[in-house]
Design a protein around this ligand. Structure first.
Ligand SMILES: C[S@@+](CC[C@H](N)C(=O)[O-])C[C@H]1O[C@@H](n2cnc3c(N)ncnc32)[C@H](O)[C@@H]1O
Length: 447
């Protein structure tokens, strides 16, 4: 029986998807941050819940790797970079272990199918998108990130993962909020902005800012534009996104442009892509090229193939593969992203791609054309069963499964392997240095 405040010694037997260590004391499962697989540690119990407990690290008794001083002074408070305490090469080992664990435990695969993780060239300032929550409490604005496993906002000065321009945006909006905080009319509306979303093009340094609000319009908007353009001269677009506070999804569907142009442009390899507020775009643009090269390699294209790109976003993979394929059809559910995909095909002068707007689970069953390769890059929750069944019915020679969630990837791959597709290789790719997140590209072949 565990007691809160007591010290216990235990081995780290596994890691969660968030990089949190898992140990056992008797029959009790304990979660603990800041540890490595295989270590023996001492931890103080901080929470006991039905089925598990949480502990704070007290001492490493037997170490399995090096530790380095974290770069960021918010480490351990902010929920972002849980792996910042170890050198980058060790982070890659942890990520491969997370993927291996899911492949073996969930999909029943041989661990040797999981390759070494490919590291990112940029490991700082690599992100092109940030979503900063803003909270007004005890007379003060806090703008930053949520504390680990909580909805409390940590007020940040700087984030090393974000582009420097994104940090400048946060500071400028913060000044605006602080000034309005002095204004009596505005105090009533203290939840005016609940998220600041930034998107920065790494190739042009153009900046898009989206302020998510429950209000119909923001007060003193000219002052906001003045502050932003002063601190961020490359501001290209400023939007208000309307969303009632309290929903789990950060952005609502309605965007109103209040300054500048509708879209920004970034590039991957030799292709340019427009980005709109609601469109998905991979967050680490340098490493996206590595990811897409791996997709192209696994797709094994020789120039004639018909390719289906499911969950295609703004058509980035479709367009990237178009040079090597006969024809690519992309399917995507967000209308704005499909419009961007069509623009992207036009500006890159790509003629052999076509996009279908609709939910994959509704559309994929109606595809009757013969398809050689299916690329599938679903959201974190993975694919619905009807999507997996339709992929099997389409009968491609190869399926390339791209995923940012090793658990759902492993569950879907297991299902596909029971339906006649064998896993040839799982390649982890690090798109998210210092965090425990990891992307995978899995090649399945028709047996
Ligand atoms: C992980 S992103 C991949 C995008 C793209 N492959 C890329 O590399 O940029 C997943 C995409 O699936 C879309 N999506 C999510 N659920 C969907 C569904 N049920 N049907 C169609 N698209 C969906 C999202 O809007 C998003 O663009």
């Amino acid at each position: 029986m565990l007691t809160i405040g007591e010290l216990y010694t235990f081995d780290i037997l596994g890691l969660t998807q968030d990089g949190c260590g898992i140990g056992m004391v008797g029959d009790s499962k304990i979660f603990i941050d800041g540890v490595l697989l295989g270590e023996k540690v001492a931890g103080i119990i901080t929470k006991i819940e039905p089925g598990y407990a949480a502990a704070r690290l007290f001492e490493i008794i037997e170490s399995k790797g090096d530790r380095i001083p974290p770069l960021c002074r918010y480490f351990n408070r902010c929920g972002g970079c849980s792996l910042q305490f170890i050198p980058y090469d060790q982070q890659l080992t942890v990520k491969r272990d997370i993927v291996k664990e899911a492949a073996v435990r969930i999909a029943g695969l041989d661990a040797r199918l999981v390759k070494e993780a490919i590291g990112s060239e940029d490991i700082l300032y690599y992100r092109n998108k940030a979503q900063y929550p803003a909270q007004h409490s005890e007379g003060k604005w806090k703008v930053g990130f949520y504390k680990s496993r909580s909805r409390e906002v940590i007020d940040l000065d700087f984030c090393f993962l974000q582009h420097k321009l994104s940090n400048d945006v946060r500071k400028a909006v913060r000044i605006y909020l602080d000034e309005l905080g002095q204004n009596e009319q505005f105090i009533e509306r203290k939840a005016a902005i609940h998220h600041i979303v930034t998107r920065v093009s790494h190739s042009t340094c153009d900046v898009m800012v989206i302020l998510v609000t429950a209000l119909n319009e923001l007060p003193y908007v000219e002052r906001l534009i003045e502050k932003l353009t002063d601190k961020v001269p490359k501001l290209k677009s400023l939007y208000i996104n309307h969303n009632e506070k309290g929903t789990s999804q950060v952005m609502g569907e309605k965007n109103t442009l209040i300054f500048g142009e509708e879209k920004i442009i970034d590039s991957i390899g030799s292709f340019n892509f427009v980005i709109s507020p609601l469109s998905f775009f991979q967050v680490n643009p340098t490493q996206t090229r590595v990811l897409y090269d791996k997709v192209r390699e696994f797709a094994g294209l020789v120039g004639r193939e018909a390719v289906l790109d499911l969950y295609c976003g703004t058509g980035t993979i479709s367009i990237y593969l178009s040079e090597a394929a006969g024809m690519v059809i992309g399917v995507e559910g967000v209308e704005e992203a499909v419009k961007d995909a069509e623009i992207n095909a036009r500006i890159n002068r790509v003629k052999n791609v076509e996009f279908i707007c609709g939910r994959v689970e509704h559309v994929v069953g109606k595809i009757c054309d013969s398809v050689d390769v299916v690329i599938v890059d679903p959201p974190r929750k993975g694919c619905k069963k009807e999507v997996l069944d339709a992929m099997v019915r389409i009968n491609p020679a190869r399926i390339v499964y791209v995923s940012c969630n090793p658990s759902t990837m492993a569950a879907d791959v297991k299902y596909l392997s029971q339906k006649g597709y064998g896993v040839s290789v799982i390649q982890p790719i690090d798109m998210f240095p210092h965090t425990a997140h990891v992307e995978t590209v899995t090649l399945l072949r028709k047996v």
